[in-house]
Ligand binder design. Sequence first.
Ligand SMILES: [Mn+2]
Length: 303
Amino acid sequence: MTKTIRLIGAPTDIGASLRGASMGPEALRVADLPGILQRHGLDVLDTGNLSGPANPWLPPVEGFRHLAEVTEWCRAVHEATLACLRAEQLPMLLGGDHCLAIGSISAVAQHCRALGKQLVVLWLDAHADANTSQITPSGNLHGMPVACLCGRGPAALTGLSGATPALAPAAIRQIGIRSVDAGEKHHLQDLHLTVFDMRHIDENGMRQTMEQALAGIDERTHLHVSFDIDFLDPAIAPGVGTAVRGGPTYRETQLCMEMIADTGRLASLDIMELNPACDIRNETAVLVVELIESLFGKSTLIR
Ligand SMILES: [Mn+2]
């Protein structure tokens, strides 16, 4: 890994059900994310935070909360991510809530399309994030990015990459899922999305799950990881707004990260939904930084 890693902060909770993810980028910096990566010999460039509209905290309109503001934030993320990829750097989006992945992954999909690269997106999350305005229980857009990327959503978001859908559902592999809304369950089936839920991990173990999730990745693959911090078990990661118990343990998550690193194909990353208002003495941010070290190749032994 010789590429420069560019940190892109997106301090907003515009698509979330609870306020506080807007403080995520700064909490990761306080946990010394840039310094720790640099001490691994990685080239890290922190270009600061993007800016966008404030959170007006209004009820949903026609099934969406804050659609205009979410669109503005996602456009800013899309633009910054695309510029970074075109400069042959590795974008690391520091969220912010998970609606912003519509912006980052739209840019990644657009870039891969232009270069003829195969795109694989690993979606690490407690939730499937595949709601639409018709089936959402809340209208919060952080529950809809997967649907939007698959072309199911408002045109302003589904068309960001210059093509709709931004990517084929087959490009997405979800891991750690354990909370799916009633209508969303049918939608997942309808999209034929690949979902390795917690039951799959229970029955097959993290090793076999990751072997399946990483199948088919080769030297032509652009691997994107969209890491929602609520993927982790809340017993080890309390700093999230929508915690669901029964997530992967510390060891399971380390294995997941190390197996991704072993592919050598990680080319872009989202670190989403860290909510310092829910955290205890920034311990979740510190844990996340430790996991990101593993994602970039830290291992116990020389293998
Ligand atoms: Mn999510």
